[in-house]
Design a protein around this ligand. Structure first.
Ligand code: 5GP
Length: 179
């Protein structure tokens, strides 16, 4: 069981949706004329973000998912990244956009993009809703970032703490109160 905690709103639902509109226009410009974009969501934290993002994109899209191991139920990142669920489709020669919830130490994005690049996509770009640049251990950066945030443990908008709070419409910071 997680310790007792409170959640303080950090980014409102309104700010998130306004930012997604901006990002979608940039992505459309980058992939203009693409035959079919493969949008790859990293499970599970990106499921709300990818749902809102693809509905904002005026492009032909296919959606696929990949699951990499991350925090488990803890609040600390593990440096070892394992693929728990691979893509269903082939990406060789395709235009690919990887959708991540948070870039923290950078190990997950680094590992996943190396893996997907080894399958020879025509183009591979990345988007992260949140970025914690002060936490970086590997030199990676998403092509697009929604918001840079400080070093806090966040939940909501698809992102969990011990599998809870994914259904919050906003991003909030967890404050441990005891327990
Ligand atoms: P990285 O490999 O960059 O350290 O971590 C990436 C993954 O760690 C994210 O996709 C996310 O699943 C998890 N993560 C990083 N920061 C947070 C956070 O503040 N809250 C939650 N719930 N997960 C996080």
């Amino acid at each position: 069981m997680p310790q007792d905690y409170t959640i303080e709103q950090m980014i409102s639902a309104k700010r998130i949706s306004a930012r997604i509109e901006e990002l979608a226009r940039e992505i459309e410009a980058t992939y203009a004329g693409t035959d079919k974009l493969v949008v790859v969501g990293l499970l599970r934290g990106s499921f709300v973000f990818i749902a809102d993002l693809v509905r904002e994109l005026d492009l032909p899209v296919e959606v696929d998912f990949l699951e990499a191991s991350s925090y488990g139920d803890a609040m600390e990142s593990s440096r070892e990244v394992r693929i728990l669920k691979d893509l269903r489709g082939e990406i060789g020669g395709r235009d690919v956009l990887v959708v991540e919830d948070i870039v923290d130490t950078g190990h997950t994005l680094h590992h996943v993009t190396n893996l997907l690049r080894s399958r020879s996509p025509a183009r591979l770009e990345t988007i992260a809703l949140l970025d914690k640049p002060t936490r970086r251990e590997v030199d990676v950066r998403a092509t697009w970032t929604g918001f840079e945030i400080p070093d806090a443990f966040v939940v909501g908008y698809g992102i969990d703490y011990a599998q809870r709070n994914r259904n919050l419409p906003f991003i909030g910071a967890v404050q441990i109160t005891g327990g």
